[in-house]
Design a protein. Structure first.
Length: 158
């Protein structure tokens, strides 16, 4: 039986191009499920699993926040980190148009445009974390330092 060819996402192609090592975890899923259930499906440690949220500041600029799946973004703290007076989550209907990804498959890597990326300081508790691979059913496991380097991200509290 021939091995099924792995379909690369934009996130994987970026990591490959920059020769950044990562592991891929695949899981069966046809629709959005939250990060805690994704971690359960893949066997990933929930505390090491991070979700990607896209927010928009009053200035109309978009920002990418990567935080533990069990946490909620604190909007006041996020606005301060982004240098905005206020900030809010983008509407679910806008995710694909803004990022190129679908809800539940949004990766901080390989969006349509490069937006400022903020990684929650909880990531510093681990050498590697799990993030979305850019498609529902795909999770990537990579070094926190490599993620920061490839996204130009900053560690912040929000």
């Amino acid at each position: 039986m021939a091995k099924e060819k792995e379909i690369k996402t934009n996130a994987m192609r970026i990591l490959d191009k920059k020769k950044i090592p990562y592991e891929v975890l695949q899981y069966e899923c046809d629709e959005f499920i939250d990060g805690i259930h994704t971690a359960e499906k893949t066997g990933a440690a929930p505390e090491q699993s991070f979700k990607t949220l896209v927010l928009q500041g009053r200035s109309r600029q978009y920002y990418v926040f990567v935080l533990p799946v069990a946490r909620e973004v604190q909007l006041k703290a996020a606005a301060k980190v982004a240098g905005e007076k206020s900030i809010e989550m983008i509407h679910v209907k806008e995710i694909t148009a803004i990022t190129g990804y679908v809800r539940g498959g949004c990766s901080p890597l390989g969006m349509k445009k490069q937006y400022p990326v903020f990684l929650h300081r909880a990531a510093l508790d681990y050498e590697k974390i799990y993030i979305s691979g850019g498609r529902i059913g795909t999770t990537l496991y990579l070094s926190v330092q490599d993620l920061l380097a490839v996204t130009g991200g900053r560690i912040e509290e929000f």
